[in-house]
Write a protein that binds this ligand. Structure first.
Ligand code: SAH
Ligand code: SF4
Ligand code: F3S
Length: 455
């Protein structure tokens, strides 16, 4: 009765929360199964950032109930952002859920499952849904367990919550106030990962560069985030550092000058812009102008000419005119992002943008989405072509999905590279010469001490 499958929706933070829940459950003797069909318990770790994400999880839970009707011992839990956002209202549509757990209570999941199982084994009456949605002081410190399996690249949550008030965004409601983890704990966690063979870490927070600004003092003009980067940079065994997502607010010189100085900090940044129109940024309550955003990018590039940059953009925010959208296209052309996640605006109940409605048709959003994708394809192809013939440092992560003997890894700029290699090299940093480049894929071959070797 103790085989658990966790299905994760949403962002990297959710992935990390799911991993931590899985590790805590393993520590209690549960087994985590990758195939839902083998599970006695299915936990959905949900996302509310767009309506579609909520619909998917609701649909999935509805579907799982059929299985529950056939087997009353089968259990379903809903965790994470949608649980927090919708609360007990979820039970109107899914009345027989076993577990509803909010974003500050992931660590309580093992206790709740133990209890549910005990009642199924005849120890006490079966409870109605266990509901655990409260805020909890210090809950940011509970997301720290990792599985014992070696993870080549690992996520590390350095903070929870968000104090910004972007008008479209549900995250401050689902994740609560900004709360930082103590720096020593984060460093200890990463040291432990390094001992276990992890080579790359990605530090996670809704605004990572604002990490601990209230809890931790600045030192010599260096923000707590920069101090953390320095400490992670000094950890033996860690070869690469990434982070997501930084925000233009509080993005200062101390962070810019880390590029090129901290040798493990990769030449890649995911830097959400959201819109290229100042008017729309204002409506979104994003407290910067496009000019300021571009100035930060220019300063980063001056410091680090090879920097790869990706971004997030929302198309079809209420009131986005052709002119506003053209400004976003213009910003794309000026900055030439290497990659972007483009989202169609989705009204989130309870946000300050909700009263503006959703006046832009889905068709127009699709069109705008496609125009930006076309632009990106051009920049991505041009960028990838510049890599042809170069030798890139690649961290080999796993066998490729297609092609026998093919493996996949990333360069420091976060580009995916496919190459023939061997299982022995998984988790290793290797030198790879790029032989083929399209807008989506780079193919290369191993280089050994200056000699190319066919594998
Ligand atoms: N904290 C991060 C973003 C987290 S949410 C930041 O501020 O950069 C991830 C992305 O989802 C956002 O960057 C935004 O582009 C998108 N998003 C958030 N709310 C949205 C909504 N209501 N509709 C469409 N996209 C949205
Ligand atoms: Fe949402 Fe804005 Fe906070 Fe990012 S910074 S999580 S977009 S409110
Ligand atoms: Fe992430 Fe979605 Fe929550 S984007 S923080 S899982 S609402």
């Amino acid at each position: 009765m103790n085989r658990v499958h966790i299905k994760t929706y949403g962002c990297q933070m959710n992935e990390r929360d799911s991993e931590a829940v899985a590790a805590m459950l393993r520590g209690r003797g549960y087994s985590i199964v990758s195939d839902e069909a083998d599970a006695d318990i299915v936990l959905l770790n949900t996302c509310s950032v767009r309506e579609l994400a909520e619909q998917k999880a609701m649909g999935k839970a509805g579907h799982l109930r059929k299985r529950r009707r056939k087997n009353p011992d089968f259990m379903i839990g809903v965790m994470g952002c949608m649980a927090q956002n919708r609360g007990v209202n979820i039970l109107d549509r899914l009345p027989d859920l076993d577990l509803l757990v909010g974003t500050q209570k992931f660590h309580a999941v093992p206790d709740h499952l133990d209890h549910l199982i005990a009642t199924r084994q005849g120890q006490g009456p079966r409870p109605a849904t266990i509901i655990d949605l409260d805020a909890e002081e210090g809950s940011q410190n509970t997301i720290r367990a990792h599985s014992e399996e070696r993870k080549i690249s690992a996520f590390v949550s350095i903070m929870q919550g968000c104090n910004m008030k972007c008008s479209y965004c549900i995250v401050p409601k689902t994740r609560g106030e900004e709360r930082a983890r103590p720096m020593d704990d984060i460093v200890a966690e990463i040291e432990e990962l390094a001992r276990n063979g992890t080579k790359e870490v990605t530090l996670l927070g809704q605004i990572v560069n604002q990490y601990a600004v209230r809890e931790f003092p600045f030192a010599n003009g260096k923000s707590p985030f920069v101090q953390l980067l320095e400490r992670v940079n000094a950890i033996d065994g860690i070869e690469r550092i990434r982070f997501t997502s930084p925000h233009p607010v509080g993005f200062r010189e101390d962070l810019i000058e880390c590029y090129g100085r901290l040798e493990k900090l990769c030449e890649y940044i995911h830097f959400p812009m959201q819109s290229g129109s100042d008017r729309i940024l204002k409506q979104m309550r994003r407290p910067y102008t496009v000019e300021r955003f571009k100035r930060i990018v220019a300063a980063l590039r001056a410091r680090c000419p090879d920097l790869c940059i990706s971004t997030d953009v929302i198309v079809g925010f209420p009131g986005e005119t052709e002119e506003d959208f053209e400004l976003t296209r213009q910003a794309f052309a000026d900055i030439r992002f290497d990659m972007a996640y483009i989202f169609k605006y989705s009204v989130r109940p309870g946000t300050t943008a909700e009263p503006l409605g959703d006046p832009i048709s889905d068709e127009l959003k699709m069109q705008r989405n496609q125009l930006l994708l076309d632009q990106l394809e051009e920049y991505s192809l041009a960028h990838n072509k510049t890599l042809l013939g170069t030798v890139q440092e690649v961290l080999i992560e796993s066998p490729a999905r297609k092609g026998e003997g093919m493996f996949v890894g990333r360069n420091r700029g976060y580009r995916k590279i496919v190459l023939p290699a061997s299982e022995r090299l998984v988790g290793e940093l290797v030198q790879v010469k790029i032989t083929e480049a399209s807008s989506t894929t780079l193919i290369g071959e191993l280089v050994l001490e200056g000699v190319e070797v066919g594998v």
